[in-house]
Design a protein around this ligand. Structure first.
Ligand code: KG4
Ligand code: ZN
Length: 356
């Protein structure tokens, strides 16, 4: 199966070509363009994001044609593709529409099947891409499932129980801010810019995670829900008395390390508790915040201590943040299980909740 996938749910415009034969990846080509323009607004501006996607997408598809067929020939690329795929939700509705409508148009023009992909399923599927721990063809499904997925991104924080590659049950999500938002908003309060996650985690490297005791909301609650808005408020009050220290590198590093510890400890405690409760065979970490080194390492080590036989999967760094390779892999799983979408009626669904 040869898939051309498009991702445009937030502020990354991306396309990928994935060729799979006999359950093995033969070829993967992918391109991602991040929209730098939002950093000057301190967050993603939906209207601007959609316009940027529309302006960028033809160039990305042109470049993809160059890498797949050796020249910028959309017609030739079309002849090589069996399935068009695009993220249809969750995400920013106008941004989603740009990518999905591009795929719909190509699907009609090239007379090829269309598969709409859930963005969260895409993040999870990144763990099956080449070089990832569950690389397609390397582990049998019976060794992987049931699995627990912890999805942590800028818009989502969720625990999902997976009984197969396409069956998800939502155990719990965040009641307010996502883990990525907690990183971004606290980083903004410290003047570290946007997106704040990578900047805050870089600062945290030289800081003391025990320097300050920030709240770990719902950490000791046995349910599977999260809540991170209280952490942002706590950091705001904490900093309001200490504005003059924001120029002190040691102070910034200690606050960053302490905030990061509060977020990661909460995520790890709840994920491992759910993994033990459901006696899963695998724990899968996914989403942009999965790029966070402390989270990657501490989830692995705590899981080893509490559920030693469980497999632990976390995607290579390049596949943690938004990309289209992960969407192509999720489309492959859906297509193999029989999913096809109606090109005339499929629409973006900004609130599509996986596993509900
Ligand atoms: O999955 P993603 O690219 O987009 C969404 O689907 O939301 O995730 C972006 C989020 C942002 O909140 C960003 O700050 C966070 O992932 N992030 C990180 C790191 N790298 C990206 N958070 C903490 N540490 C990192 N190293
Ligand atoms: Zn994402």
């Amino acid at each position: 199966m040869r898939i051309l996938a498009i991702e445009s749910s937030c502020d990354e415009s991306a396309a990928a070509y994935l060729e799979i034969k006999d359950g093995r990846v033969l070829r993967l080509e992918q391109l991602v363009a991040s929209q730098a323009i939002h950093s000057k607004f301190g967050g993603v501006v939906p209207e601007i994001a959609a316009r940027e996607h529309a302006a960028t997408m033809p160039h990305i598809l042109d470049e993809l044609a160059k890498s797949v067929v050796g020249k910028p020939d959309g017609g030739e690329l079309g002849r090589q593709v069996d399935v068009l795929a695009a993220t249809s939700g969750p995400g920013l509705v106008t941004s989603l529409k740009v990518g999905l409508d591009s795929a719909r148009t190509l699907s009609v023009a090239w007379s090829k099947d269309l598969v709409a992909v859930n963005h969260i399923a895409g993040h999870i599927a990144a763990n099956w891409l080449p070089g990832a721990p569950l690389e397609l063809g390397s582990v049998s499904d019976s060794e992987v499932f049931p699995a627990l997925a912890l999805v942590v991104s800028g818009g989502h924080t969720e625990l999902l129980l997976m009984s197969s590659l396409t069956e998800f049950r939502l155990l719990g999500a965040t009641r307010d801010d996502a883990a990525g938002e907690a990183f971004d908003k606290t980083a903004k309060l410290m003047g570290l810019g946007y997106p704040g996650g990578p900047a805050l985690s870089k600062r945290a490297e030289s800081g003391d995670p025990a320097a300050y005791d920030f709240p770990r909301p719902l950490m000791n609650d046995t349910g599977d829900e999260f809540s991170f808005s209280g952490l942002k408020t706590a950091v705001r009050y904490f900093l309001s008395d200490r504005r003059e220290q924001l120029t002190d590198e040691k102070f910034l590093a200690d606050v960053s390390a302490s905030v990061q510890r509060a977020i990661t400890e909460t995520l790890v405690t709840k994920a491992v508790r759910a993994a033990v409760r459901h006696q899963v065979k695998t724990v899968v970490l996914a989403g942009g915040v999965a790029a966070n080194r402390e989270l990657r390492e501490s989830l692995g080590s705590r899981l080893k201590a509490k559920l030693p036989d469980a497999r632990y999967a976390v995607p290579p760094l390049t596949y943690c943040t938004d990309n289209a390779a992960m969407i192509a892999m999720a489309a492959y799983f859906s297509a193999v299980s029989g999913r096809r979408d109606d090109v005339t009626s499929i629409d973006a669904d900004s609130g599509w909740e996986l596993g509900r």
